[in-house]
Design a protein. Structure first.
Lengths: 295, 295
């Protein structure tokens, strides 16, 4: 069961993040600011995927697995801190709490982001895995989070504000902004489970569909969700005049597109069923988590 | 001669940076903003040190050497872009040109910094070196540039504004803020030249003295230099009420401290003379470059 799996494993990920920050940060205020955002909760979807994929291939989850998951969540957390800055999305609420710069000021928020990003790669470079696995993870994570992934998507997102973009452009922005890191999560789990390049390709495809579903759902929730349920301000896309899936496809069209992506994701998981020792049940539950009725 | 060495080798470093940005960045405006700061000149002291140390041990400088030097300069450039932001030092002039955010706006400047930092680690993870060397460089660079190095020093520097700090505190801030990355430059050169841990220790010591000298000199120039000569605004420390070496030691005391650090650095270079195939002449010229009369 996903809920048992999460309750058992996600606290380990948070523990690895906090311990690594504690051990490797000289400035106390920097430590406090980074720890604040790292413990602010959230769904922990990315580390959950890393661990669930490894678990699906019957891996025993040991410290290096949690550390790889922790380094990914640190990258995700840095991106949220920077995205929320006044010069970017100017958000004051995140996961039901004031955003980092509302508490610590802009300078420390920028540096907390820089610090978490650098610490993520430091942790990954030190983790107790074979050199080739470690370097492959570093190559994929820097690519997914950097200028051919998340950072580029964030630029595209900013530039699209107030403009009408096509569905193809919107998908490109989101595949960079959120899809790349989610896809990395699936592949990292497969690499930790020492899977073949063929299986890694399938996991990559799974990640791409989940990434797209995630973004369509996020856009839908901004329209139909509440601040109370989501822990962040809603109707932000409208405020910033952003193009979204509900804009381009209509509310029902966007709901349909979400369903299609999730259905495809389930099919991709089925193709893995023939792999030795594969059990897709927790992965199927993660897909189900993204269905709209689950909000 | 240092001047010949620089003219021959530094263009290769810039070429590696620009090519890597070009090849690995999806967003055009992001590419432009990063390339702007990367080509804005500067002394290129850090990549120069990497290459000069490797050259002092008679290494033939090939593409991986230039790429390691380029990844370090990308980290340095990111730190300048973020330091200049309105929420940080709020500088509008850098190397005689408008700072990144003055041209591209704050959002793109933040993302250009994030992008360069991530690309630096991406480049280092992909460089054509043995896995163990590559991982050691990644471990040292993330540490030197992150929360036990540069990022932490930047926090300390911000917090020291308007306060009187002791000489010991000032040295701690600067050993993190500028010393760590300069020290990495010396060690990276030694690692590329496959030197023993003993030699790497000596190079580390050399880096620490050079780092301290560099900062004392920087503080002195802010008092006695001109904007025209330096390409950046002077008297900024006074404006931000920062503690500096001239504040704490007086102008002559700071000049004396600078001389002492450089004299020690020269002695450390002499201890390397007994190593096989070592030629310290370009390194001595780098030390001489930091003497005040050279400004």
């Amino acid at each position: 069961m996903l809920i048992d799996f999460s309750e058992k494993n996600l606290p380990q990920v948070e523990k690895e993040m906090l311990e690594y920050i504690e051990k490797n940060t000289l400035s106390n205020s920097l430590k406090e600011s980074m720890s604040y955002s790292v413990t602010a909760g959230g769904k922990r979807l990315r580390p959950l995927i890393v661990l669930a994929v490894a678990d699906a291939f019957q891996q025993k989850l040991t410290t290096p697995f949690y550390q790889v998951a922790a380094s990914l969540e640190m990258v995700h957390t840095y991106s949220l801190i920077h995205d929320d800055l006044p010069a970017m999305d100017n958000d004051d609420l995140r996961r039901g709490k004031p955003t980092n710069h509302k508490i610590y000021g802009e300078a420390l928020a920028i540096l907390a982001g820089d610090g978490l990003l650098t610490l993520a790669f430091q942790l990954l470079s030190e983790v107790n895995l074979a050199s080739t696995e470690k370097l492959l993870l570093l190559q994929l994570l820097t690519k997914a989070s950097g200028t051919s992934g998340m950072v580029s998507g964030q630029v595209g997102d900013t530039e699209a504000e107030g403009k009408v973009v096509s569905l193809a452009e919107l998908q490109q922005i989101h595949s960079e902004k959120t899809g790349a890191l989610l896809t990395y999560a699936f592949m990292a789990g497969g690499i930790l489970a020492q899977q073949t390049p063929e299986v890694l390709d399938i996991l990559q495809r799974l990640g791409e569909h989940i990434g797209l579903a995630f973004q369509i759902r996020d856009d839908l929730l901004d329209v139909i969700g509440t601040t109370e349920d989501l822990g962040k301000n809603v109707h932000q896309d409208q405020k910033l005049a952003k193009s979204t899936y509900p804009n381009l496809l209509g509310l029902n069209g966007a709901k349909e597109a979400l369903k299609n992506e999730l259905k495809t994701a389930e099919k991709v998981i089925q193709t893995l069923a023939s792999e030795p020792n594969f059990n897709g049940s927790v992965l199927n539950e993660i897909v189900a988590l993204l269905k709209l009725e689950e909000v």
